[in-house]
Design a protein around this ligand. Sequence first.
Ligand SMILES: [Fe+2]
Length: 232
Amino acid sequence: MSGTNTEKSMRIHALVRAIMQFFEANRARATGIDQALEKMRAMDLSLRASVDVPPCDTRHATILTEAIEDITSPELRDIASCLKRARRDLVWREDNAQFYAPNADLGDGYRNCNLHSLLIGPDACGFEAQDFCLGFFMLGPRTLYRDHAHDAPELYVNLSPRSGWRLSSKVWQDYEAGSIIWNAPGESHATRAYDRPFLSVFVWLENIGSICRVVPFPDWVEIEDSLFRNEF
Ligand SMILES: [Fe+2]
């Protein structure tokens, strides 16, 4: 491993450690954190186990910068500083609905601006894992990620100051930075980003190859119009 690659691996390794430390500090706050930690502890996440993957930047770089600058909560300080240092080491990818059936009604908002980077998982830029993934997920401002469900149990740590969630087909609720969302297998959930981008840490604990399905709701167009007009 060259010196440059060693430094890159160290930055990604530090980022994974910062996320694990947040999980450790918040293990009592949400279902799924303990399970995620248990799985991560069973992996070799040491520096020498890290993979060396060429970074990949994104057309949404400006929005990503805004999203990272918005991480100001004290409890997220370590994750924010490690992410700032490692951001250009990561592989940033868009979901072109490849996790969904063809013609899934995801809407243009999601298709126009979603982004993720895997730190742990298949083809991740930090550590290889088979049936587990952990990374970052971003939505552009004024974007609705329409209601959907999947067999993979899912954990989110919201890094942005404000994001809207509709969980288990119930009412919309806003969540602040550092809040934790748990989506049990098959439970529907939707996310909306307001006038700033939405950035989160996400984990799929198992069944990561399962297909996602859109769960239709009658208010999608209304919400998307309201987001577009900045009415929230
Ligand atoms: Fe999900």
